[in-house]
Design a protein around this ligand. Structure first.
Ligand SMILES: [Zn+2]
Length: 73
């Protein structure tokens, strides 16, 4: 189980590089640190903050395996 924590902006320079098909996940960076953002319906959560290569690996993983709540039928 991946660990997600509430996203708290550390600089005002958030950049979004990619967004998932449904807009639930974003690949973002802030001050040179990359991470994956997730919208949980109420607020943003982040995971895997760190180097680009690491964040991208996690990004590809979550976007390839995520499920849409409204497409579970
Ligand atoms: Zn999607």
């Amino acid at each position: 189980m991946r660990h997600w924590e509430p996203y708290a902006p550390r600089t005002p320079r958030l950049r979004v590089h990619e967004t998932s098909c449904c807009g639930e996940y974003d690949l973002a960076s802030e001050g040179g640190q990359y991470f994956v953002l997730r919208w949980n319906g109420d607020h943003y959560e982040e995971t895997s903050r760190g180097r680009y290569g690491h964040a991208v690996k996690v990004w590809l993983e979550v976007t390839a395996t995520h499920h849409h709540q409204d497409m579970t039928a």
